[in-house]
Design a protein around this ligand. Structure first.
Ligand code: LLP
Length: 428
């Protein structure tokens, strides 16, 4: 039950219920936003993104790490306005494809602040990374080393001596998360197994034109305990001393009020820095982390409009979006909370369903809404990561706009997709 103006923790910082009992995000009344921009819509509290970026940087220096690079995992919210904001805040950017590299460059990230990932980088993606002089390429497998060797021999480096690279290692550490987003286990498709890592290091060192800077590990996503991060750092440290350590992303976030609270940005960053130092990665080494979700998930909410309410065994509240704007409940059984944007504190048990032609298209299985009716605006918090990026046109539903809100001003930074956009690639 929500009382007064207190809001569940999953909402963007600075959100509140205004005098009319309506949710405000970034100082904007969400009922007015829905009327002006339509629904579904991703609504982002710009200041929330900024303050999370600053919290990471500050936590690093407070923990005694002179050189902590915070690398935004752009797959979490690959939207130009978000990338521009983080570039201006001094973050680096993690890209995992040519398309993400294009987005990062287009948004103004200096190439030397871009980290190129991927377990199946194509030749053209590697050429693009080399030509654009990205700061680091994270090497995932032996075939990639062979390919890089050939490309640098063909002159893709231009007048530069060598391309800085990291070797990605799978440290055989399992975090407690959904199996689809767990990556640190021995049988992972990512990186070199511990048993292969030394050979990979030697092989990279033998290639003229590649400059090995250090090691990388990313053990999984939506992790709510810090211990697996500590174990991963300890595993990496057994492979030798290097100037750069990249410990990946993975810090979990608050999706619902009932879920255990994740570690704070400060606790997580402090633990990473301490684990690095404890394992001989001194304050003078360059330490990198790659948060995605924890920088952007809680900065945004999605607004929907109720189209119909029906009762059979359950009370079905159907809205104008669903799996085309948020695949996470279907893919990972992710649990969200939902509220009527101007009547918080609901007690009617309902299923919040999407508009798509599948029974699995359920946004919140156990929603408690306040007497939901057609026309109501529904809000789901914590949709700023892996919702926009995994959206689709399923059932010909146009993808929603992204609206940045700050100090009561709203601006569209990605417009709603149009029907014409859906035929724009037709060749007749
Ligand atoms: N670094 C690497 C190499 C990664 O693969 C990822 C995420 C990250 C950093 C950022 O992780 P984060 O801080 O966001 O946990 N679609 C899934 C999440 C997939 C994560 C993939 N890699 C979801 O919706 O939960």
């Amino acid at each position: 039950m929500v009382t007064g103006t207190s809001l569940p923790r999953a909402f963007p910082a600075g959100s509140r219920l205004n005098e009319r009992g309506r949710l405000e995000v970034g100082g904007c009344d969400t009922i007015e936003l829905a009327a002006e921009f339509g629904t579904p819509a991703y609504v982002v509290a710009e200041d929330d993104l900024r303050s999370r970026a600053r919290a990471f940087l500050q936590a690093g220096s407070e923990a005694g790490q002179r050189d902590l690079h915070v690398v935004f995992a752009s797959k979490a919210f690959p939207c130009t306005a978000v990338l521009e904001l983080f570039a201006r805040e001094g973050l680096w950017c993690d890209v995992a494809s040519g398309g993400e590299l294009y987005l990062a460059l287009n948004a103004g990230f200096a190439p030397e602040r871009i980290v190129q990932h991927g377990n199946a980088k194509s030749e053209s993606e590697l050429r693009m990374a080399l030509r654009n002089r990205v700061g680091l390429i994270v090497v995932d497998n032996f075939d990639e080393i062979d390919r890089l060797e050939r490309l640098v021999a063909e002159g893709e480096l231009g007048d530069r001596g060598a391309q800085p690279v990291l070797v990605r290692v799978t440290p055989d550490v399992r975090g407690d998360t959904h199996e689809k987003i767990s990556t640190g286990q021995a049988d992972s498709k990512f990186g070199f197994a511990m048993g292969e890592a030394r050979e990979a290091i030697t092989r990279v060192q033998s290639v003229q034109g590649l400059s090995l800077q250090g090691l990388h590990a990313h053990i999984g996503s939506q992790l709510l305990s810090l211990d697996p991060f500590r174990r991963a750092a300890a595993e990496l440290a057994t492979l030798g001393e290097f100037p750069v350590w990249d410990l990946g992303g993975g810090l979990g976030v608050q999706y619902t009020e009932d879920q255990p609270a994740p570690p704070s940005i400060e606790q997580y960053t402090g633990a990473i820095v301490a684990a690095a130092h404890a394992n001989g990665m001194g304050p003078d080494t360059r330490l990198m982390i790659e948060p995605g979700r924890s920088l952007s998930a809680n900065a945004a909410v999605t607004l929907y409009t109720v189209e119909s309410v029906k009762q059979n065994v359950s009370r079905w509240v159907a809205v104008d979006g669903g799996m085309s704007d948020n695949m996470r409940p279907m893919l990972y059984g992710a649990v969200y909370e939902a509220h009527v944007a101007d009547r918080f504190g609901g007690s009617t048990d309902c299923v919040l369903a999407g508009k798509h032609c599948e029974s699995g298209d359920v946004i919140v299985r156990e929603a408690r809404l306040n007497d939901p009716r057609p026309g109501d605006v529904i809000v789901t918090p914590a949709t700023g990561a892996y919702c926009y990026s995994m959206a689709s046109n399923y059932n010909g539903v146009p993808r929603p706009p992204v609206i940045f809100c700050k100090d009561g001003d709203a601006r569209v930074v990605v417009r709603r997709e149009s029907f014409e956009d859906m035929t724009a690639r037709d060749v007749r």
